[in-house]
Design a protein around this ligand. Sequence first.
Ligand code: GDP
Ligand code: CA
Length: 310
Amino acid sequence: MLAGGVGAARLLAGLVQVLPPSEVTAVVNTGDDLIMHGLYIAPDLDTVTYTLAGANNPETGWGLVGETWQAMGSLDRYGGDTWFNLGDVDLGTHLYRTGRLASGAGLAAVTAEVAAGWGLESTLLPMTEDRVVTKVTLADDGGLGNEVDFQEYFVRLRHDVPVSSVRFDGAEASLPGPGVLEAIAGADLVVVAPSNPIVSIGPLLAVPGIADAIRARRDDTVAVSPIIAGAALKGPADRLMRELGHEVSVGGVARMYRDITSCLIIDSVDTDLAGAVEAEGMACVITDTVMSSPEVATDLARTVLKQTRE
Ligand code: GDP
Ligand code: CA
């Protein structure tokens, strides 16, 4: 699975209910990664890890359940930056990852160690071990300078400002992470998660070699639409698509993905738009895709797996 954060994590949690977890591999976006207080933080990798471990916070959609915030209080005492919340237990992950990276370990190895620490049997692969940073250009200057890092747009500005462009700094010179191309080439089925097409799947496709590897598997690639009834369930996917000139509908998603996938799974509420998906040269499968409970996620995972060719 090509994965961003929450939507991908929920579908992965469904998949490991219907498949042996060791048969599931996620290639995860690292364009959202940031360095804060000198710590290397990988929000999408952590969301996927914590969710598969059953330890995610279902209310916030990020971080750990039952988290405490003592360290943030301490930071605040010194006038440190507190706009990006880091829970006490979560901080241990960032300390561990940063320490290992500083001692020369690669992000893929550290990701595997963190996953093992949470008892995961699935494989989590960062899309790259190189630094690729999603940069967002604001249409009106948000007071932070015209171009900001993704987390400044997403968290600090609450994605409540118009955007004129998005780019993935460092992508051209980046290499796919260890195991990424092999995982795509060797998969029975490649799944594009219901993640933000622009800022979660976009960075993955910008790493040279990944888009070509998926295109080569187009007949075995299925996407789940993150757009339902013309809107994102959460986050700025709909707004970003509109601002960057894409139609905010399952037809618009189909147009973005038609070169890499042969099938789009859309929600039942969009049944009347199946023709618009098929008009893009893709098969269209209709089912309930709002993973509001583990049962829906498991059913959706079954529907996804049914698209595997014999
Ligand atoms: P992140 O969690 O902020 O990294 O964001 P993602 O890349 O996971 O993307 C969020 C997108 O996933 C939004 O466009 C949501 O509409 C979509 N999404 C989240 N949960 C679900 C779900 O249960 N079903 C579907 N179809 N889409 C979802
Ligand atoms: Ca993300």
